[in-house]
Write a protein that binds this ligand. Structure first.
Ligand SMILES: [Zn+2]
Ligand SMILES: [Zn+2]
Length: 142
């Protein structure tokens, strides 16, 4: 049986609210909702220093936002060294953090890391939130 427009709307509202709370849990910038083209959008910083992160699905948005800042020192992941051999990290500030960009992204974009921050189990984490494999509005699993 097809579900009503109201049930679909409820589900989309729930998804929206969950994405917002997950972004808050990982301190992943400010959630700006969806662009007119349907893409999901979060903004880091303000004014001219603002950085926009835009993805096709809300799950990707949460994963990428989670890895935007280093969980150890709080500086931008992009400021970290690319390899362990590189000298400088976190330009402009003194920082003893040893993590490289690749290490931060590999660790913080995982379901396990985000679930821990959000206080949810790995199974609960993206329930009702669309991922790259289910891009259609009609395929959300409750
Ligand atoms: Zn740092
Ligand atoms: Zn760091």
């Amino acid at each position: 049986m097809a579900e009503s427009i109201w049930q679909q709307l409820d589900r989309m509202m729930a998804e929206y609210a969950k994405v917002k709370s997950l972004l808050r849990a990982v301190r992943g910038g400010r959630f700006r909702g969806r662009k007119p083209n349907g893409k999901w959008w979060v903004r880091f910083g303000t004014g001219r220093a603002a950085v926009d992160l835009v993805t096709d699905t809300p799950e990707e948005l949460v994963r990428q936002a989670a890895a935007h800042r280093c969980g150890e020192c709080g500086h931008k992941t992009l400021g970290h060294r690319l390899r362990t051999k590189d000298e400088v990290s976190c330009p402009g500030v003194s920082c003893t953090c040893k993590a490289t960009q690749a290490e931060i992204i590999a660790k913080q974009s995982t379901t396990a890391w985000i679930a821990e921050r959000a206080g949810l189990s790995k199974r609960e984490l993206f329930r009702g939130v669309r991922g790259p494999s289910t891009t259609s509005d009609t395929q959300v699993t409750a």
